[in-house]
Design a protein around this ligand. Structure first.
Ligand code: SF4
Ligand code: SF4
Length: 177
């Protein structure tokens, strides 16, 4: 009986010792970081936003993936980006315009709130109109404000008819120059 009491006390004290050892080991590792002591213990985190130490767009690596932007003048409206996007955050609506070499991109919306920055849409964009910018600050108050629109807008019926006539004229000129 007495032996088991001593044994329990010994185990208890050993347990307390092990725990103290563990806490002490953690403190030895962590405390120097508080004062930046030692070569490997320099501060690596930064306050944000902090105009002194925060990185700017110029500090970012060349291939960093910031918010997507589309140069609508180069975009042909092929919709390859829309098809490949794994989260369906690109929406493209097109119609025939005056220029036969490319479509009129009436709507080109990117929902940044869904984008996972995988870069697939940029890879498939042959005219390279869709690129990652170096903009990385996209905070807004309303979710709806995270939809970026690059489209040219929908056209009127008169405009559509005018373009149809222009395309027809261009076709006639090709056949009967
Ligand atoms: S980067 Fe990826 S998730 Fe974002 S729009 Fe492009 S394909 Fe979609
Ligand atoms: S952004 Fe590129 S891939 Fe997307 S519709 Fe325009 S040209 Fe096609």
């Amino acid at each position: 009986m007495r032996g088991s009491v001593f044994s329990a006390i010994r185990e208890y004290l050993q347990d307390v010792y092990r725990r103290f050892q563990s806490i002490w080991g953690s403190l030895i590792t962590a405390v120097p970081y508080l004062w930046g002591v030692g070569e490997q213990r320099k501060e690596v985190t930064e306050q944000y936003p902090d105009p002194v130490s925060s990185r700017t767009a110029d500090d970012l690596p060349a291939r960093s993936r910031g918010l997507l932007v589309n140069d609508i003048d180069r975009c042909t409206g092929c919709k390859e980006c829309e098809k490949i996007c794994p989260v369906q955050c690109i929406r493209v609506d097109t119609e025939a315009g005056a220029d036969q070499s490319k479509l009129w991109v009436a709507r080109f919306d990117i929902d940044y709130s869904k984008c996972v920055f995988c870069g697939l849409c940029v890879e498939v964009c042959h005219p390279q109109s869709l690129v990652h910018s170096k903009k990385f600050e996209g905070s807004v108050y309303e979710l709806k404000d995270l939809v970026a629109s690059f489209g040219r807008g929908f056209v009127t019926a008169e405009q559509r008819a005018k373009w149809a006539a222009m395309r027809q004229q261009a076709e006639n000129d090709e056949v009967f120059p």
